[in-house]
Design a protein around this ligand. Structure first.
Ligand SMILES: [Zn+2]
Length: 270
């Protein structure tokens, strides 16, 4: 458990047990020497961690942002793909601003300090390739038992990507995955990581798979078959975060989404 403030042996001030050094006197934290705190994970204040999860979680902040923008977009005279692209863009941009505000106004130096190591980005690319390869392998195994058709999530992605490719690349390729990493890794995982590593992995994977799952009775079978591949990519992205921090998991997620989007665009043009 990494919740209770610890007392600095040097200046006797209390501070968050996840801080590498005492903020009062710069005395190094014993828990770091004992390897009790994962070095690459971003530990904001527990309340900020929960706040980030609530802001970005699909059935909380994201849902409210969608409702808010939908009430304006509904009255517009435009086709449905245009409307859903606009709704997605507004929702993700608002979420991005709100999510970034939390570390910016709480532990800015600690947060941005995790983005200064170039090697993390290279590891991120390696993780993206691993997600692609592992996903292809899993799909090959699944296709022995089940002939795949696109699930609901994939079909929406395809419609937006082929009709508005630039918006698709910017929002679904870059802003969306950054929001998801801030919500599920920097928010949810880091909070649960204070309790237990394995619990944090299990719940983060579950929530990450769940938000990519569409509860649609007509397509439930397709959706259920795609659940394992979301669990797998959730596991690998969480591993990237625990191993090398947010720069790595964001690079992995952005690269993966960009490659997947390009494959969608090439297929629909061909
Ligand atoms: Zn101190």
């Amino acid at each position: 458990m990494l919740f209770k403030d610890i007392k600095c042996p040097n200046c006797e001030a209390y501070h968050d047990p996840t801080l590498e050094k005492c903020p009062e006197c710069n005395n190094s934290n014993e828990l770091f020497k004992l390897n009790r705190v994962p070095k690459r994970v971003v530990f904001l204040h527990p309340i900020c961690q929960v706040a980030m999860f609530i802001i970005g979680f699909a059935y909380a902040g994201m849902y409210l942002a969608e409702l808010f923008f939908a009430s304006f977009i509904r009255v517009m005279d435009a086709d449905n793909i245009y409307k859903s692209t606009l709704l997605m863009t507004c929702t993700y941009l608002l979420m991005f601003v709100c999510l970034m505000a939390v570390p910016l106004f709480s532990r800015r130096k600690l947060f941005f300090g995790k983005f200064t190591n170039g090697i993390d980005y290279i590891y991120g690319l390696a993780y993206a390739i691993t997600v692609l390869a592992a996903g292809a392998l899993l799909n090959a195994l699944i296709s022995i038992a089940h002939t795949p058709a696109d699930n609901v999530n994939q079909t929406n992605v395809e419609l937006i990507a082929t009709n508005y490719p630039l918006v698709g690349i910017f929002i679904m390729g870059i802003i969306g995955p950054i929001c998801e990493e801030l919500t599920y890794r920097v928010g949810l995982y880091s909070f649960l990581r204070r309790i237990n590593k394995y619990l944090a992995f299990a719940l983060t994977m579950f929530f990450f798979a769940m938000i990519h799952f569409t509860f649609d009775a007509a397509n439930m079978v397709e959706e259920l078959w795609s659940f394992p591949s979301y669990l797998l990519s959730g596991f690998l992205l969480t591993l990237a975060y625990e191993h090398r921090g947010p720069a790595c998991s964001i690079t992995a997620h952005v690269s993966y989404n960009l490659i997947a989007l390009m494959m969608v665009m090439v297929q629909s043009n061909g």
